[in-house]
Design a binder for this molecule. Structure first.
Ligand code: PGA
Length: 254
């Protein structure tokens, strides 16, 4: 498979249910004729409704979170098969905001990832990235490799099963300042080398994409579009406006 670039919107907890469905409708229209792969991840309560809106259109549905069991007494949680039933094709796993506020850790992320890969039709977007202190103390490469090993160690991918790794430096998320493009290129190289070590080059080429996230906007996206090893983007704030998100999506395809 020739890995296509992908752009994913993370709407976090930023829109009401009414705003969510209005924006989903706008996105569906705006992306008519868009040649690439695009997905939006609304809040959990809106998944079923947005799934119906997006059905048959160019934009796919993703969730922001998932639990590692498929059924049982797990109050408040949502299983991978429920997400598929709602129409999801993607799910974000281990976003740094969940690691910070909900104390999600990489052993939980590992279990979530395994559960997602057990279900047909759901592609995980696994988030990794260093924080400010790790950046300042030059531990980034070590942190990234460690996070990958904890999340993906011991996992075998079947056939063309897809995994997306989102490199999101925590200090860049929502800060208005994205990483320097050359630094992103370097980090993506480190990630691909680590994945090659774990899975072999053929699997990495066919089954993995590594995307960047953190303060991407239509203003800075052009600097990221030509970068080697950057297979797409995860966009927060700038994805809350259909025109802005469409501009970003078009630019990264180039
Ligand atoms: P941002 O968020 O684009 O607003 O920095 C990205 C993310 O958290 O995925």
């Amino acid at each position: 498979m020739d890995n296509k670039k992908i752009v994913i919107a993370n709407w976090k907890m930023k829109l009401s249910l009414a705003e969510t469905s209005d924006l989903a409708k706008e996105m569906k229209n705006k992306f008519k004729g868009f040649g690439g792969e695009a997905a939006i991840c609304p809040n959990s309560v809106s998944l079923v409704g947005v799934g119906k809106i997006l059905k048959g259109g160019p934009v796919k549905l993703g969730a922001q979170n998932v639990f590692w069991e498929d059924k049982g007494a797990y109050t408040g949680e949502i299983s991978p098969s429920m997400l598929v039933e709602a129409g999801c094709e993607y799910v974000i796993v281990g976003h740094s905001e969940r690691r910070k506020y909900l104390l999600e850790n990489y052993s939980m992320i590992h279990k979530e990832l395994k559960a997602v890969l057990n279900i047909e039709g759901l592609t995980p977007i696994v988030c990794i990235g260093e924080d400010t202190v790790e950046r300042k103390t030059d531990r980034r490469d070590f942190v990234l490799v460690n996070q990958l090993q904890e999340a993906l160690g011991g996992i075998n991918l079947m056939g063309d099963q897809q995994v997306i790794i989102a490199y999101e430096p925590i200090w860049a998320i929502g800060s208005g300042t994205a990483i320097e493009p050359t630094e992103a290129e370097y980090a993506h190289k480190i990630i691909k080398i680590a994945l090659n070590d774990m899975f072999g080059m053929r699997v990495v080429k066919n089954n993995f994409r590594v995307i960047y996230g953190g303060s991407i906007s239509s203003k800075n996206v052009k600097e990221f579009s030509g970068l080697e090893g950057v297979d797409g983007l995860l966009v927060g704030g700038a994805s809350l406006d259909a025109e802005e998100f469409y501009k970003i999506a078009k630019a990264i395809l180039k």
